[in-house]
Design a protein around this ligand. Structure first.
Ligand code: C2E
Ligand code: MG
Ligand code: MG
Ligand code: MG
Length: 283
């Protein structure tokens, strides 16, 4: 009986694994066509400055609407895209589309915003990346200060070429943020070597605030570090007022999370900014 059960379980596991493998293969194959078929879309999530009670910017987040598999979240397809040069094409599309949307908002009279774009390590190892950034900014007549690039710690670890390219981009006025801070391979010397503007505290450290004393101390330490290095801090994943109050008490400058808004399609985000009284939500 036990043996039969064991065998059944093995079969189920095997089946799940086969499904997983099959889906992964399909994703890999159709990713290449996703851009050409116009299946990618961006959503934007507001970034709130607690000192001014204003939206200082938005983060661009990629979505993939697959004709058979439906909406595939970035956590599912970005890691697969990162295993090949497909991520370079996706990344270029995201950068250009973000700037195109930002230009549209400005033309429609929305107050000036920063747009924050996630960048993968593989994009940065491509020596043409810096040129792409400046070309896109020129194309849509966007000031470099209105663009911020989000890079994970793990991507920074990669190599010297990446650091040099980032340095070059930063000198042109584009902002740099370390994303998901605390979850990757942290090298404090990287923070010092490279002139970053911002650290984004990963939402795993925000989730259990204000109840987890460990997370409180981690956030406090990050805030202290960022103060010494004159870095802005944005906390991700703020979903309720308890978390917000604790982050404020710890001296956090900026926040992002469902408490304000989920990521929204461009038109909806513009409406949201026009209609929302941030100060009232913060109260
Ligand atoms: P990320 O850059 O850390 O982006 C923040 C993620 O947290 C987003 O997930 C956002 O929807 C989610 N989030 C924001 N506020 C809350 C909250 O209050 N509660 C919860 N539970 N979640 C919240 P999303 O859009 O699914 O993206 C996941 C990750 O995929 C991103 O994490 C980023 O690493 C990657 N990604 C998304 N778009 C791109 C892209 O264009 N290029 C690259 N390279 N990576 C991307
Ligand atoms: Mg990000
Ligand atoms: Mg993040
Ligand atoms: Mg994160």
């Amino acid at each position: 009986e036990a043996k039969r059960q064991g065998k059944n379980r093995y079969c189920i596991y095997d089946f799940a694994l086969a499904m997983e493998f099959n889906e992964r293969l399909r994703i890999e194959r159709s990713l290449k066509q996703a851009i050409r078929n116009d299946e990618l879309a961006l959503e934007f999530q507001p970034l709130i400055d607690l000192q001014t009670s204003r939206v200082y910017g938005v983060e661009a987040l990629c979505r993939w609407y697959h004709n058979e598999l439906g909406m595939i979240p970035p956590d599912r397809f970005i890691p697969i895209a990162e295993q090949s040069d497909v991520i370079v094409d996706i990344g270029s599309w995201v950068l250009r589309e973000s700037c195109r949307v930002l230009r549209g908002w400005m033309d429609s009279g929305l107050p000036e915003l920063k747009v924050s774009v996630n960048v993968s390590a593989r994009q940065l190892t491509d020596s043409r990346f810096a040129a792409l950034v400046s070309r896109v900014l020129t194309e849509f007549n966007i000031a470099p200060e209105q663009l911020e690039l989000e890079i994970t710690e793990t991507a920074l670890q990669a190599n010297e070429q990446i650091l040099r390219q980032l340095e070059h981009i930063h000198k042109s006025g584009v902002g740099l943020a370390i994303d998901d801070f605390g979850t990757g391979y942290s090298s404090l010397s990287r923070l010092k070597e490279l002139t970053f503007d911002r650290v984004k505290i990963d939402r795993s450290f925000v989730r259990d605030l204000p109840h987890s004393s460990n997370d409180i101390e981690i956030c406090r330490a990050v805030m202290a570090l960022c103060q010494v290095l004159s870095l802005q801090v944005t906390a991700e994943g703020v979903e309720n007022h308890e978390q917000l109050d604790m982050l404020r008490e710890l001296g956090c400058h900026c926040i992002q999370g469902y408490l304000f808004s989920r990521p929204l399609r461009p038109e909806l985000l513009a409406d949201w900014i026009r209609q929302t009284d941030i100060a009232a939500v913060l109260r």
